[in-house]
Write a protein that binds this ligand. Structure first.
Ligand SMILES: [Fe+2]
Length: 261
C-alpha cells in the first residue's frame, strides 16, 4: 500500500516531534522532522510534501511567517498550526496567514489524526476545484481566440510570455496567477464587438477603430461582473496601453500603467 501523504513536523521539542512522527507513521504517512523554520525550508526544498504541521512559535521566529511563505509559494502544500493559546486572535491570524487548520496543544493522537486527514482532504478538494477552474478558463480563452485568432492559441501563448516576464520581474505566485488569468482573457471584451469589425480585411475606418478601442474596457466590465481579482481586471484593462503613452484606451505612459495597484 502506498503512503497516505508526506508530512513535515516542525517543533522545537524533540519529544513532541517524536510523538507526532510515531502516530502518523503508524497510520501510513511518511514523516520528516525539522526543529526550526530554516531547517523546515531546507527539508521542503529537498522532499515532496503534502502537509506541514508546525508550532506557532519556532526558535527562529513566528511560525505564521512560514505558513504565509508556504501558502504563497507552494499552494499545493497544506499547513496545520499547533498552538497552546486557543484565543480567537491566534485562530484568526493563523487562517489569515493561510493555515489549513489549527491544533490546540495538548492533543490526543485521535485529534491529531482527524486534523491531518481533514487538512489533506480539504487540500485535495481545493486542488480539484482549481483544476476545474483552470479548465474552464482555458475553454473560455479558446472561445475568445476563435473569434479573432482562429486555431492559433494566441491567448495561451500570450499567457506563457507574460508569466515568463513576470517571473523575471520577481512577481510572487499570487500576482503571477492573476497575470496568467488576465493574459488568457485579455481580449474577452471583443465578444461585445460586432462580428464585421473582427472579420474585416484591410484597414479600419477611424469610427471602426474607436469601437475596437473600447474592448479593454468592455473586458474589464465583464470580469468585474464575475468578481475576478483586481489584478486580473487591470491586465485586461491596460493590455493595449504602451510604455511611451501611444496606446489605448487611456493613453497612459510609463508607470502610470497599473498605478492603481
Ligand atoms: Fe486586445
Amino acid at each position: 500500500m502506498g503512503s497516505l501523504g508526506n508530512v513535515l513536523v516542525v517543533d522545537r521539542e524533540p519529544a513532541i516531534r517524536d510523538l507526532i512522527h510515531r502516530v502518523l507513521q503508524k497510520e501510513g504517512y511518511v514523516v520528516r522532522e525539522a526543529a526550526c523554520a530554516v531547517e523546515a525550508e531546507e527539508v521542503a526544498r529537498r522532499n515532496p510534501l503534502d502537509l506541514i504541521i508546525l508550532d506557532r512559535s519556532l526558535p527562529d521566529g513566528d511560525g505564521l511567517k512560514l505558513v504565509q511563505k508556504v501558502s504563497e509559494g507552494f499552494p499545493e502544500v497544506s499547513t496545520l498550526v499547533m498552538t497552546g493559546y486557543g484565543t480567537p486572535e491566534v485562530v484568526l491570524e493563523s487562517f489569515r496567514a493561510g493555515a489549513g487548520g489549527i491544533l490546540f496543544k495538548p492533543f490526543y493522537p485521535d485529534e491529531l489524526l482527524a486534523s491531518v486527514r481533514e487538512s489533506l482532504l480539504r487540500k485535495r478538494q481545493l486542488k480539484e476545484l482549481r483544476r476545474n477552474y483552470w479548465s474552464a478558463l482555458r475553454v473560455l480563452a479558446r472561445a475568445i481566440d476563435r473569434r479573432d485568432h482562429p486555431s492559433r492559441d494566441h491567448a495561451g501563448r500570450v499567457a506563457e510570455h507574460a508569466v515568463k516576464i513576470g517571473q523575471r520581474l520577481g512577481l510572487q505566485s499570487g500576482a503571477l496567477e492573476e497575470l496568467r488569468i488576465g493574459a488568457l482573457l485579455h481580449d474577452i471584451g471583443k465578444i461585445e464587438l460586432e462580428e464585421y469589425l473582427l472579420e474585416k480585411r484591410g484597414p479600419l475606418t477611424s469610427q471602426e477603430f474607436e469601437e475596437v478601442k473600447a474592448h479593454p474596457l468592455l473586458g474589464a466590465q465583464i470580469l468585474s461582473l464575475a468578481h475576478f481579482p483586481k489584478g486580473v481586471m487591470e491586465v485586461v484593462l491596460y493590455h493595449h496601453e504602451r510604455y511611451d503613452g501611444s496606446g489605448y484606451p487611456f493613453r497612459l505612459a510609463g508607470e502610470q500603467i497599473g498605478r492603481t495597484r
